[in-house]
Design a protein around this ligand. Structure first.
Ligand SMILES: Nc1ncnc2c1ncn2[C@@H]1O[C@H](COP(=O)(O)OP(=O)(O)OP(=O)(O)O)[C@@H](O)[C@H]1O
Length: 231
């Protein structure tokens, strides 16, 4: 049975003198793996920020079911440079997301959860390395691990795999897909990688200057992809 987790209801966002998207309507169901596609600057990150309630829409709204407080959202950003001197270890960085985090007083359960996530994300060998010294792909894994600590119902991957090599990208998306299939995690996957979108998601939202289109991923045509880049 399909059960909604969020709905975009006549959603419009404009910056002063600059409309980004308008009258966007979409319902995302629990367990969906939705790819958000479209050329640079079309408004994908703006949409994610609006969904996260970091940006107030110009009109319309984002509705959470049953309510915003009852949906835990994890966010994995695009690769960002981290100060090479950043002192926290990868393990401690992941643990930061426990509510009320206070080293060294994590509970036994919190430690076990961290152990499991470190293993799932393939970080066991380097968990004690300072995050600042980790490679780009290792940092992305650490961000994903940190987002998983809160056991999110909804996970937003905002071009989080863009800077990864094909093997690491596949490892991370395989893990997310496993969580999607086994625990019903809902995923919003912002990407320019059409083959990966086709491989992992069940639905798409294609944003373009000409408007937005959505549907089942198997119905996304090469012409639509081409058109979105050329409108
Ligand atoms: N705070 C802001 N103030 C004004 N304009 C902004 C702001 N944030 C984003 N924009 C503009 O809104 C548009 C959409 O930006 P956004 O980052 O959402 O695009 P995107 O689809 O995620 O792009 P990319 O694929 O390059 O990451 C761009 O033209 C951007 O310059």
């Amino acid at each position: 049975m399909t059960e909604p987790i969020i709905a975009l209801d006549h959603l419009t966002v404009s910056f002063p003198g600059h409309p980004v998207f308008s009258d966007l309507n979409l319902t995302v169901n629990r367990g969906d793996f939705l790819s958000i596609l479209g050329p640079n600057g079309v408004g994908k990150t703006t949409l994610m920020r609006t969904i996260l309630h970091q940006l107030k829409p110009t009109s319309g709204r984002v509705v959470y079911y049953p309510s915003r407080r009852e949906v835990t959202v994890g966010y994995v950003p695009q690769f960002r440079n981290i100060d090479p001197e950043y002192p926290l270890s990868i393990r401690n960085f992941i643990e930061l997301n426990f509510p009320g985090f206070r080293l060294p007083w994590l509970s036994r359960n919190e430690r076990l959860t961290t152990n499991a996530i470190i293993q799932q994300t393939g970080l066991t060998q380097i968990e004690h390395r300072p995050l600042g010294e980790a490679s780009g792909g290792e940092k992305q894994k650490a961000y994903l691990a940190q987002a998983l600590v809160e056991k999110p119902d909804l996970l937003i991957l905002d071009e989080s795999t863009a800077s990864l090599d094909p093997v690491t990208k596949t490892e991370l998306l395989d893990l997310v897909k496993r969580l999607n299939e086994t625990s019903g995690l809902t995923v919003l996957f912002v990407t320019h990688d059409i083959p990966m979108a086709r491989r992992y998601s069940n639905r798409y939202l294609m944003m373009s200057k000409g408007g937005t289109e959505s549907g089942r991923i198997q119905d996304l045509s090469d012409q639509q992809v081409w058109r979105s880049d050329h409108v």
